[in-house]
Design a protein around this ligand. Structure first.
Ligand SMILES: Nc1ncnc2c1ncn2[C@@H]1O[C@H](COP(=O)(O)OP(=O)(O)OP(=O)(O)O)[C@@H](O)[C@H]1O
Ligand SMILES: [Mg+2]
Length: 374
């Protein structure tokens, strides 16, 4: 990855790692789950602001719309809302929409930022009535803070501990009613008492190609990119059912069309650009294929433990588990068995490999369909 020219257009948003010798530190993994400041700015600009402009997830949208409308009619704060699902499907977007629909301010923080109960107490005690508290990655919050949150969510009260040791006293502090919107990619990791405090849980699922095409049409308009329907359909079909990936690929195809074509995102530009960026015909990216290749070529199709598999592809187990695996399982490439992950017949076929004789590659995924993997 070194020696790329500094004005290489395909490095896109990641072109910031210019080293002293003019080479790049950045890799061109534009379709991975990482994001940087620029990326977040573009994402924010592309976020739908209201439920009515949010394409896809009809079930969650209808449910959410009902919960919010009922609260509005009662002139009360709605129940706490939990949004779960793989990365990039719209959890943060929906949290912002909840606040917008309620016409209430939103306070944004995340599990990793709350390492002590005191961090949470400070936030809770400063909430205004009806405010929305968005807790991203809520499964990564410290245990002690979790317990404080149960109480606050249920009784709108926190116990502020004053002093230390035997002389410490808990002073109860009443809170005005507010709404917690929690987001998690791993709802299975939430302790049951916390999960139970949410009156409504929306499970986001991968988008179909039609909804993704609608999202892309909107994004192309906002980015002032000229695009043909078949060009957008091509991108939609290769976006792993994920709007974040769809939007990112759109920007790469736009780059390609600007440099090699007339600036129009059409099917030919989409195909050429996606090939350049290692996104295959079914939308699998380098990480996805890396996982399948490791499974088939190094472990004879598995089963193999998640951590071993992650080491083989040079990624964190968590990345493999939350980013690559849910989609591979859902599309039937990867199977979760009690003894580890295994490649399905489809995986061997997709990689153009022949499964070793004598093994019967399982064809049906065994997971619970919610992307929860022990
Ligand atoms: N239904 C949708 N319509 C249009 N754009 C969407 C939709 N869902 C998500 N997006 C876009 O995809 C990007 C990622 O969405 P968002 O940040 O809400 O995902 P997320 O579920 O919070 O992901 P993560 O788990 O990584 O935090 C945003 O730019 C957003 O604009
Ligand atoms: Mg998010």
């Amino acid at each position: 990855m070194t020696g790329r020219s500094p004005d290489d257009p395909f490095l896109g948003e990641r072109a910031e790692g210019v080293l002293d010798d003019g080479s790049y530190e950045a890799t061109a993994r534009v379709v991975d789950a990482g994001s940087d400041a620029d990326e977040r700015t573009v994402e924010a600009a592309l976020r739908p602001r209201r439920l009515a402009e949010f394409p896809g997830q009809p079930r969650v949208r209808d449910q959410l719309s009902l919960v919010l409308e009922a609260a509005r009619r009662r002139d009360a704060v709605p129940d706490h809302i939990l949004l779960s699902g793989p990365p990039g499907l719209g959890k943060t977007t929906l949290a912002m929409i909840v606040a917008a629909e309620l016409e209430r301010p939103i306070r944004v923080t995340s599990g990793p930022a709350i390492q002590h109960a005191g961090d949470l107490a400070a936030i809770l005690s400063s909430l205004a009535e009806g405010e929305v508290l968005f807790l991203d990655e809520i499964h990564r919050m410290a245990r002690a803070a979790e317990e404080m949150l149960y109480l606050a969510m249920e009784d709108f009260r926190v116990d502020v501990i004053v002093g230390k040791g035997p002389g410490a006293t808990a002073i109860p502090l009443e809170l005005p009613p507010f709404t917690v919107v929690g987001a998690t990619t791993r709802s299975g990791l939430l302790p049951a008492p916390l999960r139970d405090r949410f009156g409504f849980t929306g499970h986001l699922d991968y988008y179909n190609a039609v909804d993704l095409a609608a999202i892309l049409t909107r994004s192309a308009r906002l980015l002032a990119v000229e695009a043909t329907d078949d060009g957008l359909a091509e991108i939609a079909g290769r976006s792993r059912g994920t709007p974040r990936i769809a939007n990112r690929l759109l920007r790469r195809v736009r780059d390609y069309a600007q440099v090699h074509g007339q600036g129009v995102v059409d099917r030919a530009a989409a195909q050429a650009a996606l090939e350049l960026f290692d996104v295959d015909g079914l939308g699998l990216d380098r990480l996805d294929r890396g996982v399948l290749e490791a499974l088939c070529k190094r472990f004879g199709g598995g089963p193999v433990g998640l951590s071993t598999l992650a080491v083989a592809v040079g990624e964190e187990a968590d990345t493999v588990e939350t980013v690559a695996e849910p989609y591979l399982v859902r599309e039937g490439f990867l199977v979760r068995t009690p003894r580890g992950r295994a490649a399905s017949a489809l995986a061997w076929e997709h990689l153009g490999l022949t499964p070793p004789s004598g093994t019967s590659a399982p064809t049906l995924p065994l997971d619970d369909g919610e992307g929860r993997f022990g």
